[in-house]
Design a protein around this ligand. Structure first.
Ligand SMILES: Nc1ncnc2c1ncn2[C@@H]1O[C@H](COP(=O)(O)OP(=O)(O)OP(=O)(O)O)[C@@H](O)[C@H]1O
Length: 683
């Protein structure tokens, strides 16, 4: 019974925009609407089951949770009904008229108008309820929240354009009924066989029964053709056992992938998964997935994790952050504990010893999954290298086992060569490129683990990959680096910079290039912070080439050392004048052997914050220490030689400093003064 309370409300602008796109871009994959609506119905039942633990009255007179799918050929409608938690009027307005997800704005700005690309993006974003409009030109939702009075029902209706209507209604049964008024081209869903097929494909693992009306064949009379006729009975059309409770051998890869899509609302298949029953002092089942693509809000550390907690198959909560450390926040999945109490709260989770054990076990499980992917990739790379030699008759150098690099300018300001390309290189072995693909998406987050997870630091360090002076591709691990260190080399050298090009061209690398010493090039924002926590790898110290005085130890021969000392000695008087001229800008000025082609560079003291990080912090509006760098000069450089006896000593000294700053991506404190000085020398 509808009272006269219809209210028309506009969709949030983003919803209107999304709806338009959904109906067009997702058209080629329209059957997913059923998965989305059934998964919402299942979530609603999970919520009731959870709230019902403390408040059994919410079950009213219908204790069995279920989803019913039915259709009406004559009316051309398809209905998905659940007896879950239901929606109040306000919830219907809030949840079915807006998108509350973080990253929505960002997502909208990425849409290009190209249907194929947009469909992919929309799929990743997850359209949920709105996907109904792919097949329907009108959707009606009738609902009543569990525990509310019968006159507290709501009817929500929309044609999927700019607005929707809400009405107060009387509704005796709790839960939600979604009725789709199908478009002409979606008639195929008015067929029980088709519906069963789609449900089997997408929703077989849903843990509550999905019922459909039983049909029987009825012969036609008087020469009329026969037809399927509904018997009035309802029968389950899915297995209705929670997927993770089944034995591994009974689950196909497709089922694992479909389950992943339901819990993550991701569109793409997962990259890898691990399903285990853990026994011992704490018993639980874990089914953990590594997605193939990063979500929009990956770098939001506040974002909740993607692991759902169940206790003895009862859904307890989404995004249980206590179950997974923050640096593994990209992991999706389910953990079902046999030991936790059903009424466990978030606060309790933080303190529980069982939860601690589950978290440690799950962390280790994810790390082993990653190690496994990395190992498979390495084997494939080694095999690929080996294959080239075999049968060629002569020793042909194996190709770089990574993606084609292209012109350096191609990679400027990108992090480095996209690993997806690297992955494509081994198309013949489906597992081979997966680690590169994972790393391209989540490597930067994994690095946070160095600072966050002391106990697993070494395992995490082994999983890290970087570009280096020997490879533009992010593919060099510390172990690879160590394996090809020069005789006498005592440290793992690295440099951090804003981009690959800046790192590669940094003057600090000159002597390393000259001597053929590999240097890791780090271009992620998190690198410097994370590397702070890693002093050594496998007993070899890590050394930034932009920090402290350069000491190549035994890599420098005696003659070189002697020549450098002599040069420093003769240069002393000039050095003193330089220090005096630059005393406001530079902490110190010294002669260096690290430069070959450049006249000067800036370094910071050992253990100090790099100028790059300080700059980044300032840009982000955070407090950064005012640090004065050390100016290192190349006494062999003509420009530096010119200093002695120059009438423009003061100007040259300042130019030398400012240019060193420019070379590493900084800006002179007084750019106008810099220009004036250079111009004065040019005329
Ligand atoms: N059958 C239902 N019963 C109760 N609430 C529902 C139902 N369907 C949708 N809702 C509510 O509407 C909200 C929006 O649903 P929608 O499917 O658009 O997004 P979602 O499920 O939150 O996320 P996603 O986009 O990842 O699917 C849900 O979070 C839920 O609160």
């Amino acid at each position: 019974m509808s009272t006269n309370t219809t209210t028309k409300l506009p969709f949030q602008a983003e919803v209107a925009q999304l709806l338009h796109l959904v109906t067009h871009a997702l058209y080629s994959n329209k059957e997913i609407f059923l998965r989305e609506l059934i998964s919402n119905a299942s979530d609603a039942c999970d919520k009731l089951r959870f709230e019902g633990i403390d408040n059994p009255a919410l079950y009213e007179d219908a204790p069995n949770l279920e989803v019913r799918v039915s259709f009406d050929k004559a009316a051309r409608t398809l209905t998905i009904a659940d007896n879950g938690i239901g929606l109040s009027k306000q919830e219907a307005i809030d949840n079915l008229g807006t998108i509350a997800k973080s990253g929505t704005k960002d997502f909208m700005s990425k849409l290009s108008g190209d249907q194929k690309a947009d469909a992919q993006l929309i799929g990743q974003f997850g359209v949920g309820f709105y996907s109904g409009f792919i097949v329907a030109d009108r959707i009606t939702v009738e609902s009543r929240r569990a525990g509310a009075a019968a006159d507290q029902g709501v009817r929500w209706a929309s044609g999927g354009a700019g607005d929707f209507e809400v009405d107060d209604i009387e509704r005796t049964q709790r839960g939600t009924t979604v009725t789709l008024h199908l478009r002409d081209d979606a008639e195929e869903y008015l067929n029980a066989w088709k519906l069963k097929q789609v449900i089997g494909k997408y929703s077989d693992h849903i843990s509550l029964p999905i019922l459909m009306e039983k049909e029987e064949w009825k012969e036609g009379e008087n020469d009329q053709p026969g037809d399927m006729v509904k018997t009035g009975e309802w029968e389950p059309v899915n297995k209705a056992s929670a997927l993770w409770t089944r034995a591994k051998k009974d689950i196909t890869s497709e089922q694992y992938a479909e389950f992943y899509k339901t819990i993550s609302h991701d569109y793409a298949d997962p990259l890898a998964w691990s399903h285990n029953r853990v026994e011992g002092s704490t018993e639980y089942t874990q089914l953990l997935y590594i997605p193939a693509k990063a979500p929009m809000d990956l770098f939001n550390r506040e974002k909740s994790a993607g692991v759902k907690l169940y206790v003895k198959r009862v859904f307890i909560m989404d995004d249980a952050e206590a179950l997974m450390p923050s640096y593994l926040r990209f992991v999706k999945g389910v953990i079902d504990s046999a030991d936790l109490p059903l009424n466990v709260s978030r606060e309790l989770l933080q303190e529980s010893r069982d939860v601690k054990a589950i978290r440690e076990g799950s962390t280790k499980r994810v790390l082993s999954m990653l190690e496994d992917l990395a190992k498979k990739q390495k084997t494939a790379v080694d095999n690929a290298a080996g294959k080239i030699d075999v049968g060629s008759g002569e020793s042909v150098p194996a190709p770089e086992p990574t993606a084609p690099v292209g012109d350096v300018t191609d990679v400027v300001d990108k992090k480095a060569v996209p690993a997806a390309e690297a992955a494509a290189e081994f198309a013949s072995d489906p597992d081979a490129g997966k680690y590169a693909a994972f790393y391209a998406e989540f490597g930067a987050v994994l690095k946070e683990g160095l600072g966050e997870d002391f106990g697993n630091r070494e395992r995490i360090a082994k999983l890290l990959r970087f570009a280096s002076t020997a490879s533009d591709t992010v593919s060099v691990g510390f172990a690879d680096y160590k394996a090809r260190m020069k005789e006498g080399q005592e440290a793992i050298y690295y440099i951090t910079a804003d981009s690959l090009a800046a790192a590669k061209n940094s003057p600090q690398l000159e002597v390393f290039k000259k001597k053929g010493i590999e240097v890791l090039l780090m271009t992620d924002r998190v690198d410097e912070w994370a590397l702070n926590y890693l002093e050594e790898f496998d007993s070899t110290p890590l050394q930034s080439v932009a920090k402290g005085a350069v000491d190549l130890g035994t890599l420098q021969d005696e003659a070189e050392k002697k020549a450098a000392e002599e040069a420093a000695e003769t240069f002393k008087p000039v050095l003193e004048r330089l220090k005096e001229a630059l005393k406001d800008k530079a902490e110190d000025v010294r002669v260096t052997t690290r430069l070959v082609d450049s006249p000067a560079c800036l370094v910071v003291k050992d253990g100090g914050m790099s100028t790059q990080l300080a700059r980044m912090l300032k840009q982000a509006g955070q407090a950064a220490p005012e640090l004065k760098p050390v100016l290192e000069v190349n006494a062999e450089h003509p420009l530096v030689k010119k200093l002695e006896g120059s009438a423009h000593f003061e100007d040259l000294a300042n130019i030398l400093f400012d240019q060193a700053l420019l070379a590493e991506g900084g800006l002179p404190e007084d750019p106008a003064a810099y220009v004036r000085r250079v111009n004065a020398l040019l005329v």
